[in-house]
Design a protein around this ligand. Structure first.
Ligand SMILES: NC(=O)c1ccc[n+]([C@@H]2O[C@H](COP(=O)([O-])OP(=O)(O)OC[C@H]3O[C@@H](n4cnc5c(N)ncnc54)[C@H](O)[C@@H]3O)[C@@H](O)[C@H]2O)c1
Ligand SMILES: O=P(O)(O)OC[C@H](O)CO
Length: 366
C-alpha cells in the first residue's frame, strides 16, 4: 500500500458522530481533544444535554470526563451540517435505519466511517456495505481494533485500524483520531478488518462461558488460538486477507475481547456459563452485545458455504438449542482428532509468508 498519512493535506475540522453510546462518545472526545468541531447525534435529548452541558455520558461511560467542546443534539440536520468526516457508531440492528435517516444531509465528499462490529441480519451485509448502498459517498471506511470504549475514553494507550480502499479515507481518519494514546494504522482490507471486528465477539462469548465454568488460562488460550484459525478461515473464504487476522483488527481485538470483563460479549458468555438464560443475560447487560446475533448469522452462513467452524457451531447450539456449555466443551474435545494438524510449512513457505506479512503490515508512516 503506497498511499500514506502524508496524502492528506489537512486534518478534518468538522466531525459528526452518529450514536450516543460508549464507543461513539469515546471517539467524539478524542476528535474534540484534537481540536475539531465535534457534533454528536443521539436519540435521547436528556443524554445530549448532559454531554453538552456537564461533559459526561453517565449512562454509557460513567465516571469519565469528556472533552467540554462536544456538542450533542437530537437534530440530525444540525449535527451533519458541513461535516467533513462522519463516524457511525450505531448497533448493527439499527445501522441501516440511521444511515437512511442521515442520508438527506450526507454528500459524496464526506468521509463516512463505520465503527460498528456486527453483521446485518436480513442481508449478511457488513456496515460499510450498507453505507455504500445507502449513500453516494466515495470515501467509505471502517475502524476496528482492540478498543474497549471505557479504556479508550480513560486514555489508556491502544491502537486501531482504519480500513478502506480509498487512500483519502484512510488518511483522513488517521489525521482525525491519532493522538498520544491512540495510534491509527491503515489497511486496504476493508472486508477483513470489518469481519474481524464482528467475528471476535462470538469467541468472547465462548471464553466468558469457560471462565464461568472455572476454566483457567490454558483453556482460554486454546479457545482464542483456535478461534483465530476459525475466524480467519471463514473470512478468507469470503474474500478477506489472512494477514489481517494477525494484526490489531484480528488477533488484537480477539485477545482484548476474550480477556476483559469489560467486554459485553464476554459478560453474556459468563452469565450463560453460570446457568442464566440468554434472554436474562441480555436484559441484565442493558447494552448491545453484537456476538449473539453474529453467532447465529455465521453459523447459518458457514453451513451454507460448507466452512468448518466447530467453535461457532458449538456456541450456536449452547445459545439457541439448549445444549449446556459443559456438554458442548466435552463434545468439542471428543470430536474426531484425525484432522488435527496445526501447520505443515516448509522453510521456504515460512520465509515467503514472513516476508509478505511484514511487507503488508508495514506502518505507512515508518
Ligand atoms: N463499546 C465498545 O467498547 C466498542 C468498541 C468498539 C466498537 N464498538 C461497536 O460500536 C457499536 C456501538 O456500540 P456502543 O458500544 O457504542 O453501544 P452502546 O450499547 O454503548 O450504545 C448504543 C447506542 O446506540 C443507540 N441506538 C441504538 N439504536 C438506535 C437507533 N435506532 N437510533 C439511534 N440510536 C440508536 C443507543 O441509544 C446508544 O446510544 C457496536 O457495534 C459495537 O460493537 C463498541
Ligand atoms: O464490549 P464488546 O464485547 O462489544 O467489545 C468491545 C470492543 O469491540 C473491544 O475492542
Amino acid at each position: 500500500m503506497t498511499d500514506t498519512y502524508d496524502s492528506v493535506t489537512r486534518t478534518p475540522e468538522r466531525i459528526a458522530v452518529l450514536g450516543g453510546g460508549s464507543f461513539g462518545t469515546s471517539l467524539a472526545s478524542i476528535a474534540a481533544t484534537k481540536g475539531a468541531r465535534v457534533r454528536q447525534w443521539m436519540r435521547d435529548d436528556a443524554l445530549a444535554r448532559e454531554i453538552t452541558e456537564q461533559h459526561h455520558n453517565s449512562r454509557y461511560l460513567p465516571g469519565i470526563e469528556l472533552n467540554p467542546t462536544i456538542k450533542a443534539n437530537t437534530d440530525m440536520a444540525w449535527v451533519l451540517e458541513d461535516a467533513e468526516l462522519v463516524l457511525i457508531a450505531i448497533p448493527s440492528a439499527s445501522f441501516r435505519a440511521v444511515v437512511r435517516m442521515a442520508r438527506p444531509w450526507l454528500n459524496e465528499h464526506q468521509v463516512l466511517l463505520s465503527t460498528t462490529k456486527g453483521i446485518e441480519e436480513s442481508t449478511f451485509s457488513l456496515m460499510s456495505d450498507i453505507v455504500r448502498e445507502e449513500t453516494d459517498s466515495t470515501h467509505v471506511g471502517v475502524l476496528s481494533g482492540p478498543n474497549l470504549a471505557s479504556e479508550l475514553a480513560a486514555g489508556h494507550l491502544t491502537a486501531t485500524v482504519v480500513a478502506s480502499d480509498d487512500p483519502f479515507t484512510r488518511a483522513s481518519a488517521q489525521a482525525c483520531l491519532s493522538c498520544d494514546y491512540f495510534r491509527v494504522y491503515a489497511s486496504n482490507d476493508r472486508y477483513g478488518v470489518e469481519l474481524g471486528g464482528a467475528l471476535k465477539n462470538i469467541y468472547a462469548i465462548g471464553v466468558g462461558m469457560a471462565a464461568a465454568l472455572g476454566m483457567g488460562a490454558n483453556t482460554k488460550s486454546m479457545i482464542m488460538t483456535r478461534a483465530l484459525a476459525e475466524m480467519s478461515r471463514f473470512a478468507v473464504s469470503l474474500g478477506a486477507s489472512p494477514l489481517t487476522f494477525l494484526g490489531l483488527a484480528g488477533v488484537g481485538d480477539l485477545i482484548v475481547t476474550c480477556s476483559s470483563e469489560l467486554s459485553r460479549n464476554y459478560r453474556i458468555g459468563y452469565a450463560v456459563g453460570e446457568g442464566r438464560t440468554l434472554d436474562d443475560a441480555i436484559e441484565t447487560l442493558g447494552q448491545v452485545a453484537e456476538g449473539v446475533n453474529t453467532v447465529r448469522l455465521v453459523h447459518q452462513r458457514a453451513s451454507q458455504e460448507g466452512i468448518y467452524m466447530p467453535l461457532a457451531d458449538g456456541l450456536y447450539r449452547v445459545l439457541f438449542e439448549g445444549v449446556s456449555p459443559q456438554d458442548m466443551g466435552l463434545t468439542l474435545m471428543r470430536s474426531d482428532h484425525s484432522s488435527d494438524v496445526e501447520f505443515t510449512l516448509s522453510r521456504q513457505d515460512a520465509q515467503r509468508d514472513h516476508h509478505s506479512l511484514y511487507e503488508t503490515n508495514q506502518d505507512p508512516r515508518t
